[in-house]
Structure formats: C-alpha cells, structure tokens
Design a protein around this ligand. Structure first.
Ligand code: ADP
Ligand code: ASP
Ligand code: MG
Length: 439
C-alpha cells in the first residue's frame, strides 16, 4: 500500500483535481490519498479567523461570501452530472453554513482550529463526488477519526497506527482511500492541526503507520531544488537525498516539505518521493536512508529568527552556566536552533518568540541580554558536507560581502548554518548559487 499526497496547487483548479483522479488510478496498488485544501483556501480561512478575533464581523462575512463563491464556481467547472452538482452544492452549503454560524459565536482558539479545518474537509468531500462521477471506487477516511496529537501537539504514531488499521480493516475490498491532510484531533478531543503546510506531515505519519511502500508527495515543482526557486532564478532538481539531508532542508526552510515531515518516514524507513503534478513524468527527488554522493546538495533559508545574546563576565569558566540558560528555554518550551559561545557570551537563536519577554526577563538574571529580531538562518546541506574539501573557503568567498552574525559548523555532518539579517537573504542565496553551484 502506498501514500499519495497532493498539495494545494495540485487540487486548486478543477482540471488539476481531474488530473489527480487520473494519477491515483494509474496503478492497481492500494493507496491512501492525502489531500490539502484548494490553494488559497487556508490563507482565506486564516483571514476570516483574524477578522473574527478582532470582532470585525462584517469583514468576516464578506470574506466568507467570497470564498463560498469560489467554491460554487469550482464545482460548476469540475462536475457535469446534475446529481453530482447537487451533492457538491449540499457539501458547500453545509460547510459555509457552519462558517456563518460561527459569526455569531464568541471567538476562541478552539473555534479558530475548527475554521482552519474547513479547507481540507471541503477539498476531500468535493474530490470524492468527482471520483463517483468518474466511476472510481473509493472510501473517504476522516482524518479526525485517526490523526491524533498529544498534549504537547506531538502526533502519536502508535495510536494513529491502531486506529487506521481498524478503519482499513472495515474496507478490505477497497483500493483507494481518500483522507484529509493537515487536520488532527488533540488531547482534549477538539479539532486541531499539524501547523501550516502540515499535509506533508500527515502523509508521512500515515505512511509510517501503515508501513507504506512509498510516500509520494505530489506538488507543483519537480522535486527538491538546490536552492529556493522563489528567490533564485536558476535552480535545479536533486535526484536523490538521504533522510538526514531532506530533514535538514525541510527543517531549515525548504518550503516544499513541512519541517517535521521527514522523521516519521525515516523512523519507519519508508522511501519518500517528491513529484510534480504539472509534469508527472519528471523524475523528481527520491529520499531514502541511502546517503547519495558526498558534498553540497542544497541551500535553504528559514526566516522569522530571533537571536539572543547573553553576556556575562561571571560566565568565565563557570560550569553549569549553559544548563541554567537552557533551563529557561525549556521552561517556556522554546526550542533553540543555533548556538555559539565565547568566553563571556553565548548566543542562541529561536524561531518562536511567543515567550520572548518572559525568557528575556529570566535571562537578565545572568547578565546583559541583547535581542536581534528579523534574522534568517541560511543552511548549506549535503552528505558529509563538513568533511568536504575547501567548503569553508568557497562558502566565505561566495558571500564575502554579507555580514554573518553567527555560524554553526560541525553540529551535524550534513549542515553548515549561517545567521544573517533577513534583509540580506535574497542576496546571500543568489551568491551561494553562483559560488557553490556555479549556477
Ligand atoms: P504544496 O501546496 O503542494 O504543499 P508548497 O507550496 O507547500 O506546495 O511547496 C512547493 C513550493 O515550495 C514550490 O512551489 C517552491 O516554490 C517552494 N520551494 C521552496 N524551496 C524549495 C526547494 N528547495 N525545492 C523545491 N521547492 C521549493
Ligand atoms: N492547507 C494547509 C496549509 O495551507 C496544509 C497544507 O497545505 O499542507 O497550510
Ligand atoms: Mg506544502
């Protein structure tokens, strides 16, 4: 059994959704098909939620109406038969009625999660109507019946495995299963999600839970590229990556994969294939445990980073100092990405500044604290990269004009990370493309 995940652009236009139906019926292997919301929908739902949280019901009303109109037009172009149109119309009515009802309810975080879940619920249900029209036998497996996260927002593979097996057991004669990416149920039993871009994570978790033959991530580009194609003009796809390399790239900002989406596949050793719905014949990128060639494979950038420097003359030769610093971050469940130390100071970076004020206050007990916001981590990733000859020379020659705030080398053999100002990101990625890839 395999997993095929289709992202927002892959289902975002009626003809694209029809292409997806063709792709999932190409071979006879049983499959779980994971769908995202239609492109633009989750962003629209975020806006609706924001309007509601500000108490601006008129704006929310307008945004809901505009989104409903989009779906009404979508099904008209997707479906031919009157009874299919009627069914899809009823699905749209049901979900937009829900959004209308929430206009009257006071806003809460739980309600926000309910709003955000509407996109994947709509896309999968509408897709199933199309599959019926196209005569493709299938079953809809509601993700909220098996995709669970615990009190720390961590997915529980053991539970997912048991629940999914029970659901699949009920439909032994079926070959095509459709489910929602992104959405989950939390420890309180409420609707929740796996964070933005989370459908990749859903796919990988499902692939791990059913021990799939492969986890295919179908998107709008022919695999993982050597650099961010949104920023750099000339980028090229990478044929093969190890789980470690892919995990580093995903975590450090390659948007094609959700930051946490590699570990489940890696842990259960399920190969991941990145494929292009717009060009299905393209080879894409294969991610397995096998370390491909040695050397630089790709660079990625992660924005929204805050650097924190703690300066303390008392730190000099003081053992236990770092433990105390780390304990502050642990207390506020804020993970550290990069760290550098000197005799009198330690600098760390975080990507989540919700508790920055509290953290700063507690760190001030140890010394002077300096904060730099709007930073970007640029990661250079490749198998055994730190063993690669001349890598540091090439790296610094390429970006000689860019001020580097921090550097992390040797923490992993597959990654060298630099911290730069967000404003220098575009130039840095472009210079690295020339200097490291000759592109
Ligand atoms: P989906 O909606 O299918 O999940 P995403 O928009 O989340 O698609 O991810 C695909 C996009 O990721 C590409 O269109 C591309 O612009 C962007 N991207 C960023 N970095 C990379 C990279 N290194 N390789 C490929 N795509 C990348
Ligand atoms: N629809 C969700 C988002 O836009 C999840 C996903 O597309 O992966 O973030
Ligand atoms: Mg995505």
């Amino acid at each position: 059994m395999k997993v095929m995940k289709f992202g927002g652009t892959s289902v975002g236009k009626p003809h694209r959704m029809q292409e997806v139906a063709k792709l999932i019926s190409k071979d006879a292997e049983p499959k779980i098909v994971v769908l995202s919301a239609l492109s633009g929908t989750t962003n629209a739902l975020v806006e609706i939620s924001q309007s509601l949280s500000k108490g601006d019901r008129n704006a929310a009303r307008e945004q809901i109406d505009a989104l409903e109109l989009h779906y009404r037009q979508f099904i008209k172009d997707l479906l031919k038969q009157p009874q299919s149109l009627e069914r899809a119309g009823a699905i749209i009515a049901e979900h937009f009625e829900f959004l209308t009802i929430i206009l009257k309810i006071s806003f809460s975080e739980a309600l926000n999660k309910d709003i955000l879940a509407q996109g994947e619920l709509l896309s999968t249900k509408i897709f199933c109507v199309y599959l019926d029209e196209a005569g493709l036998d299938h079953v809809l497996l509601p993700a909220l019946d098996f995709m669970t996260i615990d009190g720390y927002d961590e997915p529980q593979i053991g539970t997912i495995k048991v629940k999914l097996a029970q659901l699949l057991q009920k439909h032994k004669d079926k070959n095509i299963f459709i489910t929602q990416g992104y959405i989950s149920r939390n420890a309180r039993g409420e609707v929740d999600n796996l964070k933005r871009g989370g459908s990749d994570y859903s796919a990988s978790l499902i692939a791990a839970a059913i021990n799939a033959s492969v986890c295919e991530i179908w998107t709008d580009i022919d695999g993982m590229h050597n650099n961010d194609p949104r920023v750099v003009e000339k980028t090229v796809p990478i044929d093969q990556l190890s789980f470690e390399e892919a995990a580093e790239l995903a975590y450090f900002g390659a948007k094609i994969l959700h930051p946490a989406s590699i570990w489940p596949a890696q842990y259960y050793n399920v190969p991941v294939r990145l494929l292009n719905t717009l060009f299905p014949e393209a080879k894409g990128t294969l991610i397995t445990e096998k370390a491909g060639s040695v050397g630089v494979k790709a660079v990625a950038a992660k924005d929204g980073i805050t650097a924190i420097k703690i300066k303390s003359s008392r730190m000099l030769l003081a053992y236990g100092f770092l433990r105390k610093v780390f304990e502050v971050f642990e207390k506020y469940r804020t993970s550290i990405d990069m760290i550098t130390t000197s005799e009198v100071a330690v600098s760390v970076t975080i990507d989540n500044d919700i508790y920055l004020t509290e953290i700063t206050k507690e760190l001030e007990v140890f010394g002077t604290v300096e904060i730099d916001t709007n930073q970007t981590i640029v990661s250079i990733v490749g198998n055994e990269i730190t063993e690669t000859k001349d890598i540091m020379q090439k790296l610094f020659e390429s970006i000689a004009v860019v001020p580097v705030r921090m550097i992390s080398y040797g923490g992993s053999r597959h990654n060298i990370s630099l911290l730069i100002a967000r404003n220098d990101k575009e130039q840095t990625l472009q210079l690295l493309n020339k200097g490291l890839f000759r592109l």
